[in-house]
Design a protein around this ligand. Structure first.
Ligand code: 6R9
Length: 637
């Protein structure tokens, strides 16, 4: 494949940027022309951020899987599309060429059809990182069903909330999954989730761990048996469903500042163009490159840079089932050498955790296939950036610090590997087509350089969210109502003397724990489910490895006076309600919470206490009971 829109110099970057601002429709129309459309669009862009309505390539007809699979068959049929490395280093790997992946997607698409799945139906996918997860995702896209992948670490309650919100009648799962030395139950968690979801008609279960699971007659079927049925039908083709550019491709739930996760909706045409465009430019993809994105497909990074971006570019995408520290902290480096990985894309939290093991696990690895390193998910501190640069990149690989969000679909701010300059801990410059700006609290634009503000985007890009599933008003209020005519990211940001952006973190009540977004309200709701809890308040605090840790202040009236036991119980409750990723790192029992006279919890004060900045609490005179602050500060963990 050739990519006429791949930017190869700073001058080209500047020219592309200018064109994208002066003639956005021309700019994106040209890029979109490189894809396979059943019918060309009538209009490149229609938009109004007030409503919001955003339509890219309206009237265009396509199927994203024809772009990720079919169009590569003649040229790349024998090229590996997915290389899969098991959690267990002793288990043989799996390689699926584009031809094989295409065949498997067609086959599973027919399984979905045989099980009654139709265009527009929502399919919840709750699996570990096995190739069948990517196959299930693509099979949904093939028949126009809307996938909603739920990360394998979420609890039954979280799944049930998502199933109900999406009104998903179909579930694809595994018996269990492997992660490090743990076996994760998946089907049994689905069983618990479905107690509250009688509308689910069918559960398709892939065998992975061979753990005992209960299969409910009439509802649950085995993946393998369903495949055999399709084989018995003579493996019919499954012609890709013709989709409108603006038809929904998927829903992915993410945390916001309210208690309930939002179903971010992405559509077929724009998401396809944007993930491919950003993949090709940010990582400077060259044909034959092996791309190793260490994220889980349960998050947006996996959707865009394990599945859709790389596959639409004809790349080889490496999928890893396990974790960086198992069986030892050299696992990533083993994989890099084993498959001659060219691009490694991971999260700062993984880098910091591996740094903690020293250099021994890196020794004995050549790592000389690596050309580009990437980070995503949270701000990267300079120490981790330099370690990555020196120890992994041997100071010869550009590092791309890629800023983006579930809602943005793809990378918006990043240097382009080896093309535009990197700066430690800075995402640097927007991709052509992306128009960021900073605003102050009053919504006034902050102009010039060496300034800070809240990060907004003033013009649409093809990969942006279109709505939040089932509740468009929520989308408007969350993203488009804070500042008029702007998309508000929820992030704070600095712009340095040269115009480089440095994202500093969320300015709303969303935490970023090990690169995962978690709403404080969500954690509070979960803690409050514990019978002994009267009230709670959750804030973030700096954590060496996770970036942010979860600090919970809890008013507790349990029956036993054993704090350690009470903490354990509360932690269990949070795991049960949300999942292990939301477990508080610290739980401090308090007799009261700092509240304003109108009853609002003053999180600002709690945040300062959690951060250990007790001398910087600011004005506490407006509090209902200022004395509670002293007590809390004294009891700080
Ligand atoms: C892709 C992804 C989005 C939030 C985002 C921001 C933080 C992501 C970052 C970064 C600093 C980077 N974030 N990349 N902060 N530098 N390079 O992570 O999506 O899970 O929705 O999280 O992550 O705070 O708002 P998502």
């Amino acid at each position: 494949m050739s990519f006429p829109y791949q930017i190869k110099s700073v001058d080209q970057y500047k020219a592309a940027y200018d064109k994208s601002v002066n003639d956005p429709e021309g700019f994106w129309g040209e890029i979109a022309s490189s894809f396979y459309w059943r019918k060309k669009w009538d209009k490149v862009l229609e938009w109004d951020f007030k409503k919001p309505t955003i339509k890219w390539f309206a009237g265009g007809k396509l199927n994203i899987t024809e772009n990720c699979l079919d169009r590569h068959l003649n040229t790349l049929g024998n090229t590996p599309a997915i290389i899969w490395e098991s959690n267990d280093p002793e288990e043989p790997n799996r390689v699926l060429t584009y031809r094989e992946l295409h065949a498997k997607v067609v086959q599973f698409a027919n399984v979905l059809k045989n099980n009654g799945v139709q265009k527009g139906d929502r399919v919840c996918i709750y699996m570990g990182m096995v190739p069948e997860l990517a196959i299930a995702v693509l099979a949904c896209a093939r028949i126009g069903a809307i996938h909603s992948v739920v990360f394998g670490g979420f609890s039954a309650q979280s799944i049930s909330d998502r199933l109900q919100d999406a009104k998903a009648e179909f579930v694809v799962t595994c018996d269990g999954g492997f992660r490090g030395n743990k076996e994760i139950p998946l089907k049994s968690v689905i069983d618990d989730a479905l107690v509250q979801c009688h509308f689910v008609k069918r559960v398709i279960v892939l065998t992975r761990t061979r753990t005992q699971v209960s299969m409910i007659e009439g509802r649950d079927v085995w993946w393998e048996e369903e495949i055999r049925k399709v084989e018995a039908q003579g493996n019919p083709d499954c012609v890709a469903e013709e989709m409108d550019a603006e038809d929904m491709l998927f829903i992915l739930y993410t945390s916001g500042s309210t208690g309930k996760p939002k179903g971010v909706v992405h559509t077929c045409g724009g998401y396809m163009v944007y993930t491919n465009y950003s993949f090709v430019n940010v990582f400077q993809y060259q044909p034959g490159d092996v791309h190793f994105c260490t994220a889980d497909i349960g998050w947006i990074t996996g959707h865009s840079y394990i599945v859709y971006g790389p596959l639409s570019a004809g790349a080889t995408s490496l999928m890893f089932e396990g974790i960086p520290t198992w069986p030892n902290a050299g696992r990533f480096w083993d994989i890099v050498d084993k498959y001659k990985v060219n691009v490694l894309y991971t999260a700062p939290t993984a880098i910091r955790s591996l740094m903690g093991f020293g250099l021994d696990p890196v020794k004995g690895h050549s790592l000389d296939s690596v050309k580009v390193l990437g980070t995503v998910g949270e701000p990267i501190n300079e120490e981790a950036w330099h370690w990555y640069d020196e120890q992994i990149g041997k100071k010869k690989c550009p590092i791309v610090d890629t800023w983006w969000q579930t809602e943005t679909g793809g990378i918006l701010i990043s240097n382009l590997a080896g093309v535009t300059p990197a700066k430690p801990a800075h995402a640097t410059l927007p991709l052509p087509g992306v128009q960021p700006l900073l605003v102050d609290e009053n919504g006034k634009e902050v102009t010039g350089n060496s300034v800070s503000g809240n990060l907004c985007i003033k013009f649409p890009w093809p990969g942006m969210l279109r709505t939040t599933y089932g509740d468009h008003e929520r989308c408007r209020v969350n993203y488009f109502a804070t500042y008029e005519n702007l998309y508000f990211t929820g992030d704070g940001c600095l712009r340095d003397e040269n115009g480089n952006y440095r994202i500093t973190g969320r300015v709303d009540d969303v935490l970023n724990v090990s690169g995962h977004r978690i709403g404080t309200a969500e954690v509070e709701n979960a803690i409050n489910m514990h019978a002994g809890v009267v009230e709670s308040a959750v804030v973030g605090y700096p954590h060496d490895i996770k970036g942010q840790g979860i600090y919970a202040f809890v008013i507790y009236q349990g029956t036993h006076g054993d704090d350690a036991l009470a903490r354990q119980d509360i932690t269990k409750t949070v795991s049960k309600i949300i999942g292990a990723i939301a477990k508080p790192d610290k739980i401090q029992f308090v007799s009261g919470l700092p509240k304003t006279r109108s009853g609002k919890i003053m999180r600002r004060i709690l945040r300062k206490i959690a951060e250990g900045e007790i001398d910087k609490l600011g004005d506490t005179t407006t509090l209902l009971d200022p004395s509670v602050v002293d007590e809390i500060a004294k009891g700080r963990l």
